[in-house]
Design a protein around this ligand. Sequence first.
Ligand code: UDX
Length: 440
Amino acid sequence: MSRVTVMGTGYVGLITGVCLAEIGHSVTCIDIAPEKIEQLRRGISPIFEPGLTDLIEENLRSGNLWFTNKPEEAIPQSEFIFIAVGTPQREDGSADLTYIQQAAKTIGAHLSILNTVIVTKSTVPVGTNGKIEEWIKDSLHATIPFDVVSNPEFLREGSAIQDTFQADRIVIGSENEESAQRVAALYEPMNIPIFNTNRESAELIKYASNAFLATKISFINEIANLSEKLGADISDVAYGMGLDHRIGTAFLKAGLGYGGSCFPKDTNALVQIAGGVDHRFELLESVIKVNQQQPLKLLNKAVQHFGSLQGKETAILGLAFKPNTDDMREAASITLIEHLLAAGAKVRAYDPIAAGHAQKIFGDRIEYSGSIEECLHQADMAFIATEWEEIKLLPLSIYQKQMKHPVIFDGRNCYSLAEAERHQIDYYSIGRKTSTFIRK
Ligand code: UDX
């Protein structure tokens, strides 16, 4: 059992802290926001993540998990300090390291036991761990040996706990063998393959992994756009490609493009990182561009169908950037809704849990429905933006019953074309044929 401090109780910090507590370590999570700490002490999670509240409660009860906003209560006794603060995107696309620097200075100011290992979980540009080391050194009061290790995080929102306990790999970036071994030992109960490398490689593995997955998505979306023109069906094309184990079926689902807190931010940051060493990452620039344009492709189908969207009652089903999260960051629904509003459409939206966050973005420019039926009632058109289970499983008869004449623009390919045809619905999706029935 080790004494661990985790700085930052955002997605990565909170999941890391709770999971390390779950395998028996004594973990204190620090955050600068006092109200967040107050809530967490009472077992209330500030984020929606399946299974997280139970784990917080369990570990608070067992005494493995603590929350504080006072670094002096945790850092001086810790053998490991995880940095898991945010690295938001600056206007030019690069990562803002303000919180990282603050965390490093706080660590330096309170470090007191020898050989504490500082573990960087936050996604940081290549070379940042070296800077963290300098920032800590600059704020130390005495000469205290410590080490900084890179240990990037690969969890997904909505399955973060499962991803942590069943990860494909744990990447540890350090040239100091002893520190690397100590970090590996911390994770030992999880029984996950460990890959050791140097700090720069570990930092780059994180960006390269996210950029590669984003590339897969933009690639399949372009193949989908092509499929529409060539009479192919993207579901079959993606499946047929994925049967080749060198390609694999994962991350080949065509749709409205990728969103969330990582892919958009990290792809932009990698373009900036490349630019910083005089390398133009043109492939990734194209991936980003394809992603920005993808929601507009579906919108154009609506414009073509109706001529004008002025005054059209529009139902948006799903707002979150993907199912099982209330996260709206960089959600494709935002691009879609902003363009619909600009075109004069009247928008109302339904999401099982993300409406609160959506309200902060759209305010009263759109309406919010309490159920799918209410959202679809008397609508001229419906857009499916997030493939929540209840949206995917919604019988097409509900659209027929609720809408004026059912016209669906499905950004997540939830229905089969045969089903749409059977219900005589005007059905537009991504990378597949269109079924149109209605008088325009
Ligand atoms: C991602 C990475 O998967 C994770 O390893 C990293 O640590 C953080 O970023 P996350 O953002 O939680 O995780 O979501 P993910 O499930 O990867 O989906 C990202 C976006 O891609 C979503 O908007 C999703 O709808 C989209 N997506 C995913 C597709 O459009 N098609 C696919 O085939 C897969």
